[in-house]
Design a protein around this ligand. Structure first.
Ligand SMILES: NC(=O)c1ccc[n+]([C@@H]2O[C@H](COP(=O)([O-])OP(=O)(O)OC[C@H]3O[C@@H](n4cnc5c(N)ncnc54)[C@H](O)[C@@H]3O)[C@@H](O)[C@H]2O)c1
Ligand SMILES: [Zn+2]
Ligand SMILES: [Zn+2]
Length: 372
């Protein structure tokens, strides 16, 4: 069928909306109509080539969609079901999957990189009949797509949240949650700092707050992020464009520093601050993705002396197919404030505007494409 999609053909060059041909679902796949897709900072990094993925491809990995057609062998989904896309789809057989790290699935990683589904092919072709990659198993910047059934998490009927909130489960909510709960395993009374109050950082702040961590210090270069950070549960906000966060954090933590610093910017400067902000035995949880080939200058002298840890994490150690359904129930209570997270609805044609705004650090919360 003919669909519309934003196609990334060359890094840094504006994406055009093109008409593409979408082939139908194969074994264990579902064809979906997109309802909403958030714009994550990783989408900007992919577009810039800072997180290189093979082009041409259709990006977009934070999506909620409705099933239109199911392929052979699909039993758990039917037309009309709403689903949320996972951007890592565990194969269940590789080294990482077998050892309990499905978020790092070796098989998925290759297809994630080259825009293929689990059988190693895409479903998209352009008007010249040339293959176009289907980004992150989702291609959320397309009106329609095909997803592996195992990576399409069903939204039960009792969940009435609108798609622009539901789609947040696919990346920002899961990653923010996992950074606090799975990686840091922060508990009540732990001191937590979060660098970057965007979609990911706000969810980390939210979960740190729900876990009764104290203090929860939000750090951002933009004063404009203060009020949403406080709304999500930060106890303090530091505008790091004006104030060095390290002495303030030291003072808030009895001179010692934080137990956990969640780095959710990917900026080497913020990574260095997070390193200096943790106490002995503290941990930097590195979620932010620095541009490929960038180098961060961290004095390792203190790594052994203060037993400091830097722990990178992809998807916050989320087990996509196991964790998203239960996390969706929490989201449905309103506790996660996803109604406040989504601050603007845009159209597919507005992708350029959100790219510009997120690069300029002007996006508060998340802007989400709504397909109607
Ligand atoms: N590890 C993962 O699995 C994973 C998943 C999703 C996103 N990410 C990455 O997480 C990061 C955050 O994504 P997002 O969508 O929340 O981004 P965002 O653009 O919505 O938010 C980033 C925030 O960081 C702030 N910021 C930028 N530089 C800063 C600095 N030096 N110090 C303090 N604040 C600074 C910005 O003002 C903004 O508020 C990105 O690097 C993204 O690629 C990683
Ligand atoms: Zn993302
Ligand atoms: Zn695997």
């Amino acid at each position: 069928m003919k669909i519309k999609a934003a196609v990334l053909r060359q890094y840094g060059v504006p994406m055009e909306i093109e008409e593409l041909e979408l082939a139908g679902p194969r074994q264990h796949e579902v064809q979906v109509k997109m309802l909403a897709c958030g714009f994550c900072h990783s989408d900007l990094s992919v577009w810039q080539g800072d997180i290189p993925q093979d082009v041409p491809m259709v990006p977009g990995h934070e999506a909620c969609a409705v099933v239109e057609k199911v392929g052979p062998g699909v039993t758990g989904l039917k037309p009309g079901d709403r689903v949320i896309g996972c951007w890592m789809v565990p194969c269940g057989h590789c080294y990482q999957c077998r050892r309990g790290h499905p978020n790092l699935c070796d098989t998925s990683k290759v297809f994630f990189q080259n825009g293929n589904l689990l059988d190693g092919t895409s479903r998209l072709t352009d008007k010249n009949g040339k293959r176009v990659g289907l980004g992150s198993f989702i291609a959320g910047f397309a009106t329609h797509s095909v997803m592996p059934d195992v990576g399409a998490i069903r939204v039960p009927d009792h969940i009435k949240l609108p798609p622009e909130q539901l789609c947040q489960l696919g990346c920002s909510v899961a990653t923010g949650w996992g950074s606090i709960v799975n990686v840091a395993q922060a508990r009540e009374g732990n001191s937590v700092g979060v660098w970057g109050c965007g979609g990911i950082g706000l969810n980390a702040i939210r979960f740190a707050s729900l876990r009764n961590c104290r203090p929860v210090v939000a750090v951002d270069l933009e004063e404009s992020k203060r009020s949403i950070a406080m709304e999500f549960g930060a106890t303090h906000f530091i505008d790091s464009s004006k104030t060095d966060p390290i002495p303030v954090i030291k003072e808030l933590t009895g001179g010692e520093g934080l137990e956990f610093a969640i780095e959710a910017t990917g900026d080497p400067g913020a990574q260095v601050q997070a390193w200096y902000a943790i106490r002995a035995n503290g941990m930097v949880v590195a979620i932010g993705i620095a541009p490929l080939n960038s180098v961060t200058n961290i004095p390792m002298f203190y790594a052994p002396l203060h037993a400091k840890t830097i722990r990178g994490t992809l998807y916050g150690e989320t087990h996509p197919t196991e964790d998203l359904p239960s996390l969706m129930e929490v989201m449905n209570t309103g506790l996660l404030k996803t109604d406040k997270l989504v601050t603007k609805l845009i159209r597919l044609e507005d992708l350029g505007k959100v790219q510009e705004a997120i690069a300029a650090r002007k996006v508060i919360g998340r802007w989400v494409i709504r397909y109607d």
